[in-house]
Write a protein that binds this ligand. Sequence first.
Ligand code: SF4
Length: 260
Amino acid sequence: MPVASDTDGLDDAVDRSGDDDGDLPINELFCSLQGEGRLAGVPSVFVRTSGCNLRCWFCDSYHTSWEPTGDWYGVDALVAAVESYDAAHVVLTGGEPLVHERSVDLLESLAARGYHTTVETNGTIYRDAPIDLASVSPKLESSTPTAERDPKGDGEWADRHDARRLDVDVLAEFVEAYDTQLKFVVTGPDDMPEIEALVADVRAAADAPVPDEAVLLMPEGQTRDRLAETRRVVADLALEYGYRYTPRLHVDLWNDAPGT
Ligand code: SF4
């Protein structure tokens, strides 16, 4: 069922009708191996919320952003679903899970039961919650859905996306509050000056260190064929700049199959 609109404004990122009942709009919930970042390979339950305040043209969860779909679930039902799997790690992802205030309730319930929680976020909205690993993926200029790259329209979202996609002070808040990895989707060497500048800005703004190994370069690509083109380039960039390379294990293993 559709849960969101693509109209303007953060409050319109999702239909808010379920929030009053303490529910979250959920696109999917499944168990798989974490495919990206420091915990790649770890069995994890993925809770994917629907709705996002951005519209990256390459979004690999189109049905949580460009055309958000899902159903509303209460926190207790979600925790019960998580507990039905044999995994100690939970990844709260989206969409942008932190557009939803109720994500904090879910994270608190999971923490109370001893789960390790990772939150996959675009780093534009900060919330105070029990997050064991903040996996923050700042969006570069190359993410903007210009008319030529818009998967749905003619660039109507480009200005809003561009205005919202980076907030250095919010990124600094994540770094200060949580064990944080900064994960960048990289298309090629042209992205590196922007990444270097942004990492420098976050380091200057945060009262906590951002070591090079907390900066992850991830090849752009949602299919094995596309990754075959980008991963060697990005691996070489990681070596050159001293940052960490992260695979997209789920694409390597399952290509673009849903629920992986
Ligand atoms: S921030 Fe993430 S979920 Fe939102 S549009 Fe970009 S890639 Fe998709």
